[in-house]
Ligand binder design. Structure first.
Ligand code: F6R
Length: 243
């Protein structure tokens, strides 16, 4: 595992974007596994800036996102489809046909999850998977659990996730109760993983994830077993690590 210390959120975003750019330059038709949430926004902004300067080309890049809310149409501002378009896809020359996100409007969970695994297999697997870290150690929508080994599946959102997400919706009833997510097993199949973490509120869980016991109660702790993980975290998130 490689750990890069960034000064702050901006520096973390720039370092992460550098790693993603290197991947795209080395393999122009690579498959990027992408995440949503607040952590990667700066990384996507930096990638867009370099694309606009002519330093990056997404013409052959393929992407597969980690997760999507079940029941939210693509044009809903809270859908991850909408997020990816507004933060990255609509600003670069990626072919929309090469972008993949679970279809939140497919009501048949089993059908959608097995279809998504087929899509990933058809792409030849993910070359570089970008991950954020939840406060409870979740990656994707894989919440603390009793077991690790799941492929793409449908999750019931926990009360705390619904509570945390309700600020983005008009009414609490509007917050989706379920989501489709790549499972831990799916994530671990990526050839390389890039975990980005920012902020003092993530310091404890980052330390537990990287230095604590490997347990499904801290889903990100499984990353200790992956053979190519790069972590880029800022000073605040690395507060528990010796300098
Ligand atoms: C997003 C995702 C989540 C987030 C995590 C951290 O696609 O799968 O696991 O990465 O909840 O979210 P932020 O970055 O908002 O702190």
């Amino acid at each position: 595992m490689k750990l890069y210390r960034a000064k702050d959120y901006k520096d973390m975003s720039r370092k992460a974007a550098n790693i993603i750019s290197a991947q795209v330059i080395m393999k122009p038709n690579c498959v990027l596994g992408l995440a949503t949430g607040s952590t990667p926004i700066g990384t996507y902004e930096q990638l867009v800036e370099w694309y606009k300067k002519g330093d990056l080309d997404f013409a052959e890049v393929k992407t597969a996102n980690l997760d999507e809310y079940k029941g939210l149409p693509r044009d809903n501002e809270q859908s991850y489809y909408y997020f990816m378009n507004s933060h990255l896809f609509s600003h670069v020359n990626i072919d929309p046909a090469n972008t993949h996100i679970p279809d939140g409007m497919e009501p048949d969970a089993e059908k959608e999850c097995s279809h998504y695994e087929e899509v990933l297999a058809g792409l030849g697997g993910v070359d570089l998977q970008l991950l954020g870290l939840g406060h409870n150690g979740h990656i994707g929508f894989n919440e603390p659990d009793e077991e690790f080994d799941k492929l793409t599946h449908c999750v019931n959102l926990t009360e705390s996730t619904i509570e945390a997400n309700k600020r983005f919706f008009e009414k609490e009833e509007d917050v989706p109760r379920q989501a489709y997510t790549m499972g831990i097993k799916t994530i671990m199949r990526a050839k390389k993983i890039l975990l980005i973490v920012s902020g003092a509120d993530k310091a404890d869980i980052l330390y537990q994830s990287l230095c604590g016991p490997i347990t499904p109660h801290v889903p990100a702790s499984i990353l200790q077993l992956h053979n190519d993980v790069t972590v880029v975290a800022d000073e605040a998130a690395l507060a528990k690590f010796a300098k």
